[in-house]
Design a protein around this ligand. Structure first.
Ligand code: T3D
Length: 262
C-alpha cells in the first residue's frame, strides 16, 4: 500500500502532499489518519515556520472518497455527521489554528471538501489549469469543511449561493478575480512560484505572522473596540520579540533582517 500522505520537513518548510492521485486525492480514512499525524508533526516541530499543502498528480483533492459511501439497497446509510466530526472538523480547526502560515498550492481540481480545505488555508495559490467546485449540491449535500462560512465572507452572498447551489466549475483565474484565493499562476511558473513563496515565509518573522493570522480570524467575531484591544495586546507581545528587535535594527542599519521566528 502506498502512503496516502507524503510528508517532508526541511529548512523550516513542512510539505504535505495528498497522495491518492488515481482518485484525485479524495479522502478515505487512511488518508485522514495520516494527515492528522503529519499535522501533529508540524505542530510539535518548533523548527517549522511554514506549512505547504498540495496534491499529487493532476488534482488537488476531490473531497470525500465516494466509493466509501456507496451502500447496497436496503443497508444502513453512513452517518456523515460522525465522519465530519471525526475527520473534517478537526482538520479545518487545525489548519486555522496552527501558529504559522499555511500555504495551499492548488495544483488541479479542488472539489467538495477538497475546495473548502484549500480555502481554510492562509494563502491559496492555484495553477491556472486548476478549478474549484462546490460539488456537494450534486449529491444532495451542503458545503462542509467551512464552505458555508468561507464562501459568503470571501465572495459575497450572491456568488456564494450560486457556487453552492449550482456546483459549477470556477476557474482559478475567476477564483482570483472574485477574491476567493490569493493568486492564480501560469502552470509553467507554478512550482517555482510556490517554492519561492514558502522560502520567503520560512525566513519571515513567524510569531508576527501567527499573530496576523490570529487577529484576522478573530475579526470575524469581534466588534471594532474588541479588535483594537486585541491588536494592542498582540503588538505589546510582539514588541518584546527577538524578531521585532531584529527588524528595527536591520531597518535602522540599512541591512537585510535575519529573523529567527522568535
Ligand atoms: O462523507 C462524508 O464523510 C461527509 C463529507 C463529505 C465531503 C465531500 O467532499 S462530499 C463531495 C465529494 N466529492 C465530489 O462529489 C466530487 C466527485 N468528483 C467529481 O465530481 C469529478 O471527479 C471532478 C469534477 C472532481 C473531476 O472530474 P474529472 O472529469 O476531471 O475526473 P474524473 O474522471 O471524474 O475522476 C478521475 C478518477 O477519480 C475517476 O476514477 P476512474 O474512473 O479513473 O477509476 C473518479 O471516479 C475518481 N474520483 C474523483 N473524485 C472522486 C473519485 N473517486 C472517489 N471519490 C471521489 N470524490
Amino acid at each position: 500500500m502506498t502512503d496516502a500522505i507524503l510528508y517532508t520537513a526541511a529548512s523550516g518548510i513542512a510539505r504535505i502532499t495528498l497522495n491518492r492521485p488515481d482518485r484525485l486525492n479524495s479522502f478515505n480514512d487512511a488518508m485522514h489518519a495520516q494527515l492528522r499525524e503529519a499535522l501533529d508533526n508540524v505542530r510539535e516541530d518548533a523548527s517549522i515556520r511554514v506549512l505547504l499543502l498540495t496534491g499529487a498528480g493532476r488534482g488537488f483533492c476531490a473531497g470525500q472518497d465516494l466509493a466509501d459511501r456507496a451502500v447496497a439497497p436496503g443497508s444502513a446509510a453512513v452517518d456523515l455527521g460522525a465522519s465530519i466530526e471525526r475527520n473534517y472538523v478537526p482538520l479545518i480547526l487545525t489548519l486555522r489554528s496552527l501558529p504559522l502560515p499555511v500555504v495551499c498550492a492548488v495544483n488541479g481540481v479542488a472539489a467538495g471538501a477538497g475546495a473548502n480545505i484549500a480555502l481554510a488555508c492562509d494563502i491559496v495559490i492555484a495553477a491556472k489549469s486548476a478549478s474549484f467546485i462546490q460539488a456537494f449540491c450534486k449529491i444532495g449535500l451542503v458545503p462542509d469543511s467551512g464552505g458555508t462560512y468561507w464562501l459568503p465572507r470571501l465572495v459575497g452572498s450572491a456568488r456564494a449561493m450560486g457556487l453552492a447551489m449550482l456546483g459549477d466549475k470556477l476557474s482559478a483565474a475567476h477564483a482570483e478575480a472574485w477574491g476567493l484565493i490569493w493568486k492564480c499562476v501560469d502552470d509553467a511558473e507554478f512550482a517555482a512560484h510556490v517554492d519561492s513563496l514558502v522560502e520567503h515565509l520560512a525566513q519571515a518573522p513567524t510569531k508576527g505572522l501567527a499573530a496576523i493570522k490570529h487577529a484576522l480570524h478573530a475579526s470575524d467575531r469581534n466588534w471594532l473596540e474588541q479588535q483594537l484591544t486585541l491588536e494592542r495586546e498582540l503588538q505589546r507581545e510582539l514588541g518584546f520579540s527577538d524578531d521585532y528587535r531584529e527588524g528595527v535594527a536591520a531597518f535602522v542599519g540599512k541591512r537585510a533582517p535575519e529573523f529567527k521566528g522568535r
